[in-house]
Design a protein around this ligand. Structure first.
Ligand SMILES: NC(=O)c1ccc[n+]([C@@H]2O[C@H](COP(=O)([O-])OP(=O)(O)OC[C@H]3O[C@@H](n4cnc5c(N)ncnc54)[C@H](O)[C@@H]3O)[C@@H](O)[C@H]2O)c1
Length: 333
């Protein structure tokens, strides 16, 4: 077991899966800033080569257990931060087999490689989608699992596997259930570049730039302006939560699950107003029908993360979050 005092002097090597993606790349950046050595595994199916220093990138698929063992043999790691997954809820309802294979079988392959290599700590990217349509907000970690998509179900399955691996193999893990990741590290070169893009803020920018209207999925919800309310969490604050979870595990802490959100919700119309204010232009939009399985309001209680891991978000204003995303968007054009 590593003690906090050891962490102050020598920082261990961490394997990051999905480090060529949006949140993974931000976390790699922060890990390096904090003095950790980092190796990245990514198959580049949805991420970007330009997000990772080639010296630390291993282009490997999670399904390839042998190759993962090879990476861990050449680069002994103390822990894994596991981002690699497919993330589009809608796509998961069209091709659920893809999501169960990649997200569940892929995670199992990674866990197998970790056990074979003697690596027994993982921080896992989970999601608010494990709660489905919760009866009330803010959402607490002890609300029941009730996913309404194969994507959410795939994350529940991995959380459950992690529970068994904790009790049967002593593999300690922290599942971080993110709400809506957004923004970009100011002055950085990483940002949201999903393909397909399904997230509101980059889609609103696209509408501003192309003049093609953004579709709002429902404007008749029981919310003050009729549009859905979500909890937008800045990607750098998410990255910080990973470092705190990692350090908890490295110091011998036990397994658990934490929400990562701000505790404040914003409606789709409020996000559009923030995009208008930041870009100085009007976002064209049209109201469309509701999407199946979209709850009216998803807002986290992040009290557990604040209390137990001493996390506090740097970005608490929606406008500031949107401004950092726009800065990235303007730079890459
Ligand atoms: N973006 C959000 O708002 C959000 C919200 C909740 C949870 N999450 C979770 O956070 C994690 C990261 O999300 P993101 O937005 O950075 O996504 P992303 O698509 O930008 O990054 C995922 C990365 O994983 C890689 N990958 C996928 N399958 C792989 C495989 N089989 N082998 C190797 N690499 C593989 C992709 O190439 C990509 O680089 C995901 O697990 C996602 O479910 C994201």
């Amino acid at each position: 077991m590593l003690l906090q005092s050891d962490l102050a002097t020598s920082k261990p090597t961490i394997l990051v899966t999905g480090g060529a993606g949006y949140i993974g790349a931000h976390t790699v950046h922060l890990l390096l800033q904090r003095g950790y050595e980092v190796q990245v595994v990514d198959n580049l199916s949805r991420g970007h080569r330009h997000n990772v220093d080639p010296a630390r990138l291993h282009v490997v698929d999670l399904a390839d257990t042998e190759a993962l063992c090879g990476v861990l043999a050449r680069h002994p790691c103390e822990a894994v931060i596991h981002f690699a997954a497919y993330i589009a809820v809608g796509e998961s309802t069209r091709v659920p087999e893809l999501y169960f294979r990649n997200n569940v079988c892929g995670s199992l392959s990674l866990l197998t490689a970790m056990l074979r290599s003697g690596v027994k700590r993982m921080v896992f990217s989970s999601t608010a989608a494990v709660y489905g349509m919760p009866a009330r907000v803010p959402i607490l970690e002890d609300f029941p699992y009730a996913p309404v998509s194969p994507y959410g179900e795939s994350k529940v399955m991995v959380e459950k596997i992690l529970g068994w691996f904790d009790s049967l193999h002593g593999l300690r893990s922290i599942s971080l259930r993110y709400f809506n990741a957004s923004g970009a590290e100011p002055g950085g070169t990483i940002g949201e570049e999903h393909d397909p893009e399904t997230h509101l803020i980059p889609l609103a920018f696209r509408a501003v730039e192309t003049g093609q209207p953004l579709t709002l999925f429902g404007d008749d919800y029981p919310t003050p302006d009729g549009t859905c309310i979500r909890d937008y969490i800045h990607v750098s604050d998410l990255a910080e939560a990973h470092i705190l979870a990692l350090e908890h595990l490295l110091a011998g802490g036990g397994s658990g699950a934490f929400n990562v959100g701000t505790g404040t919700g914003h409606s789709v119309r409020e996000v559009i107003a923030a995009v208008d204010a930041v870009t100085g232009r009007k976002t064209p939009w049209v109201a469309g029908p509701r999407r199946e399985g979209d709850p009216a309001e998803l807002v986290a209680s992040a009290d557990k993360l604040k209390r137990m891991l001493h996390w506090s978000p740097r970005f608490t204003s929606l406008r500031d979050i949107v401004a950092t995303a726009w800065e990235f968007e303007s730079r890459r054009r």
